[in-house]
Design a protein. Structure first.
Length: 93
């Protein structure tokens, strides 16, 4: 029963990974330090940065233009605390 549950968990994780990677919108993730830990194919296509180039780097410090850094940092900090921000757009470079 435990093995069956673990196998199902692995299948769901793989399905979610495929969904994120093939989404028609850029999807990225950060850890509590603000380091990129997820970067899907659409994010790579739009920014021209590969996943390998961004993983482990500071999203705000390395990829957000100076005029948006404070606002983006606040939204991301709030998100990490569980606060929702609807339709927040910002440029990546």
């Amino acid at each position: 029963e435990k093995k069956k549950g673990e196998a199902e968990l692995m299948r769901v994780a793989q399905d979610l990974r495929a969904l994120i990677n093939t989404a028609n919108a850029p999807i990225f993730g950060i850890d509590k330090e603000g380091l990129v830990n997820e970067w899907n194919n659409k994010a790579a296509e739009i920014t021209e940065y590969t996943k390998e180039e961004v993983i482990g780097r500071k999203l705000v410090g390395d990829f957000i233009t100076s005029e948006y850094k404070a606002a983006v940092k606040k939204v991301l900090d709030d998100a990490l605390k569980g606060k929702e921000a609807a339709n927040f757009e910002f440029p990546l470079f």
